[in-house]
Design a protein around this ligand. Sequence first.
Ligand code: NDP
Length: 445
Amino acid sequence: MQDVVEKVYEQVVARNRGEVEFHQAVHEVLESLDPVIAKHPHYADGALLERIVEPERQIMFRVPWVDDAGQVHVNRGFRIEFNSALGPYKGGLRFHPSVNAGIIKFLGFEQIFKNALTAQGIGGGKGGSDFDPHGRSDAEVMRFCQSFMTELARHIGPSTDVPAGDIGVGGREIGYMFGQYKRLRNSYDAGVLTGKGLAWGGSLVRTEATGYGTVLFAQSMLATKGESLEGKKVLVSGAGNVAIYAIEKAQQLGATPITFSDSSGYVVDEAGVDLELLKQVKEVERGRVADYVERRPGARLVTGGSVWDVPGDVALPCATQNELDGDAANTLLRGGCGVVSEGANMPSTPEAVEAFQKAGILFAPGKAANAGGVATSALEMAQNAGRTRWDFATAEAKLTGIMADIHDSCVAAAEEYGRPGDYVLGANAAGFTRVADVMIAHGIV
Ligand code: NDP
């Protein structure tokens, strides 16, 4: 790293002690900025780099709630409003026991550049709680969401900060939170949350968008080599929103997804995933991956090792951060994998990314490949503002166009800064310059 960039990184580590995921995300972006700053030194003026790594605002709050047995629990809520240069803060809410300030900060930081890549006029934010919805009744989830929103409502709004879903937050949770927001404000501000139900302001294709987008990005990368997904064996991790719709789009494009996973293990279904059964188990019954195997002859559940031990042509990590390490990357490469498109945020460790890049395979970082979700959230906001609703084909065509534009922006930036085919550099450089130009225009704020 150049001196000027290295100093910023050292300050981030010193100021945000123990927040290792945040350090990792900042390092990856700053490293990519070396050639950008070398070519355009003015991006380091006015403490722009120091400002971009410092959240505009961080909110941390108590979330008390009562379980079905009458016992009181206290969780911690977070919202990071990281950067509003391009528009209202935008980013999901994660409910998972692992959530802490550093994880929310890394996600919020990534979100700035991802949102810039979508060209939809949205700033970067993220939030969540260490609440674990697994095994909780609907009534418990509702009481938690109402308590969470009672505080969050003071900080958000359709032109201020617009949260959405992430791990552990889907349509049910967004519904409970919207209900409480509406009650507190006495105002039907549909544009305050995205990922809403179709009957109350949601957008068609929002549910599918992140998974679809991740696969569309893989298809665009393959097209640069004159190839496609047709006939390819696809490995997917996770069995949530992103994983399910990545499997759906991969199947539509003629590929055969053969795996998925959750925190209890992974499933290999060599005949190709039965998507209807997977949706029934995960979306309708909120079950575990073992429930799929029980009803699907030929599928097997593996509880040791990792899904990346399975040989395949394309890998789509769609579960969580740092789920694919250097050893797993080398195993994937030995198994013949030539494409990795990240559906999750930062699922590959730095060692894994290095292994993929050294091997010269097609590798797309999450901030580019999974941007279809937030892009479609911006489309939901546009429909809410216009009090209109697009049909599925219209919304999907817009998503497809946005993903193609993101792909092309990454390719162009990688070429401009001398590393053709490097989608990590391309995504970081293209996202950064869009935000940085507007920060310069807005002055020192
Ligand atoms: P869901 O909660 O719908 O699904 C998450 C899946 O990943 C579940 O199968 C879960 O298993 C598994 N998982 C989560 N944490 C772990 C863990 N520590 N170890 C093993 N498995 C784990 O979340 P999403 O599908 O929405 O999100 C998945 C990823 O995609 C996240 O990184 C998220 O930030 C990213 N993303 C999501 C977007 C969206 O629109 N939803 C947009 C852009 C990125 P289990 O149920 O057992 O915990």
